[in-house]
Design a protein around this ligand. Structure first.
Ligand SMILES: *Cc1c(COP(=O)(O)O)cnc(C)c1O
Length: 422
């Protein structure tokens, strides 16, 4: 053994394949991303604990999925109760949590029908299929979906086509066709993208992966009017923005428009794989067999979703989210001033700090390495930090996170930087 202090897991004695370092925790995992060596073993609320026992204040929360933080009692309880009753009768039969969650989501939103799925990409694919089905029946075969540059809708082949991430359209050729692109917050570009084949516009009201860029309210109102006038569906991808993340149950409420279709995932499952595609009654146009999935509507995840929604979509809970969001935004503005950064922006508890140069990865590493407690941040771009804490983060935890962030900004800037550890 080398000098590494990590206690070996019990089955680490298996010899590693030649050429792979024996102390790489990911030696048997397919390489898909670069992870730090830290191995997390426990989580509670806004805190994660690694194998060394070090605590980390988590402002990533699994990319905004843990709406109620790590291992909240409402979810572990819902899981335990449902797991002992019924795991999965199969998608061809009704189960009680599936029915209850669909009705709850319909009650809370402007939509009437709900399709349950397991991931955001799957829900978005469902939305595209629905739009194409509707287009084939009501719009003479119109099928093209207009998305936005820098948009993000998931990682299946079709959702890579729907997304506007630079480089994605040529990563796994041939890519599915039928996806046009317009410029975010530019209504003229949407008008120009419309063709006789167009059937829908698909948009994130706050572009998340692009760096937390909110749509302009005027643009969204014009987009709703334009799509209505041209007979196109408006699909909002609220995978990241929905379920309280932006301080309202759903971000479309902030804009005062009613979309035709909405997708949810991330926060809906509170950390577990659950997604939904919701639509108006007149779009309930799949024939039996047109759409489905083995795990769609399984009672275990539906019971979790119901517990999450019942907690998050309460008036007092959402008021708390807005209060924490305001606290976080004000604290970030002060950091922008004190550390000569560019800006802070966002909606609710989905926020970003714009840095003057490409130092985001260094800040993320410096924050993680702080002692005695670390801070977990996300850098969707070289010059951008994204913060998406649990919606249950406390006032004191935000204060602590801001103290840690100031130290990390100082560390990433070098010892003589503008950072002022407090
Ligand atoms: C994360 C995300 C997706 C993809 O969700 P998965 O569950 O990873 O498939 C889609 N759209 C938006 C806006 C997202 O943030």
């Amino acid at each position: 053994m080398n000098a590494r202090t990590t206690p070996s897991p019990p089955h680490a004695a298996t010899p590693a394949p030649p050429g792979r370092p024996t102390n790489d925790p990911g030696r048997a995992l397919l390489t898909i991303t670069q992870r730090p060596d830290t191995v997390f073993v426990d989580g509670r609320g806004s805190w994660l604990v690694d194998e060394q026992g070090k605590r980390h204040l988590d402002l990533v929360q699994g990319w905004a999925v843990n709406s109620l933080g790590h291992s909240p009692a409402v979810i572990t309880h819902a899981l335990a109760v449902q797991a002992q009753r019924l795991l999965n009768p199969g998608p061809a039969y009704y189960n009680r949590p599936m029915i209850d969650l669909a009705e709850r989501l319909a009650d809370l939103t402007c939509f009437d029908r709900v399709f349950l799925a397991s991931s955001g990409a799957e829900a978005n694919e469902g939305a595209v299929k629905l739009a194409r089905r509707w287009g084939s029946r009501k719009r003479g075969g119109a099928h093209e979906i207009i998305g936005f540059e820098h948009g993000f809708h998931g990682r299946t082949l079709a959702m890579m086509s729907a997304s506007g991430k630079p480089g994605w359209s040529s990563l796994y050729p041939p890519m599915p066709a039928g996806f046009a692109k317009a410029r975010f917050n530019d209504i003229g570009s949407v008008e120009r993208a419309i063709s006789p084949h167009s059937v829908a516009v698909m948009i994130e009201l706050v572009q998340g992966e692009a760096g937390v860029v909110p749509a302009d309210p005027g643009f969204v109102r014009e987009l709703r009017a334009l799509t209505a006038e041209k007979g196109l569906l408006l699909i909002v991808d609220e995978v990241q923005t929905g379920i309280g993340r932006c301080g309202r149950g759903f971000a479309y409420e902030l804009y005062g428009v009613e979309p035709d279709v909405m997708t949810l995932a991330k926060g809906l499952g509170g950390g577990l794989p659950l997604a939904a595609m919701l639509c108006k009654e007149h779009l309930n146009c799949f024939e039996p067999g047109d759409q489905g999935g083995t795990f769609c509507g399984n009672p275990l995840m539906a019971a979790v979703g119901l517990a999450v929604v019942n907690e998050v979509c309460r008036t007092d809970f959402l008021e708390g989210v807005r209060a924490r969001a305001q606290q976080l935004s004000i604290a970030l503005q002060a950091i922008v001033r004190d550390h000569a950064l560019v800006a802070e922006r966002g909606a609710g508890l989905l926020r970003a700090l714009v840095l003057p140069d490409d130092r985001a990865d260094r800040v993320v590493a410096a924050a993680r390495d702080l002692q005695p407690v670390g801070l977990l941040l996300n850098a969707p771009r070289g010059h951008l930090l994204r913060l998406m804490p649990a919606l249950t983060i406390s006032e004191a935890e935000i204060d602590e996170a801001m103290r840690l962030l100031r130290r990390a900004l100082g560390d990433a800037n070098g010892a003589s930087g503008t950072g002022m550890p407090t």
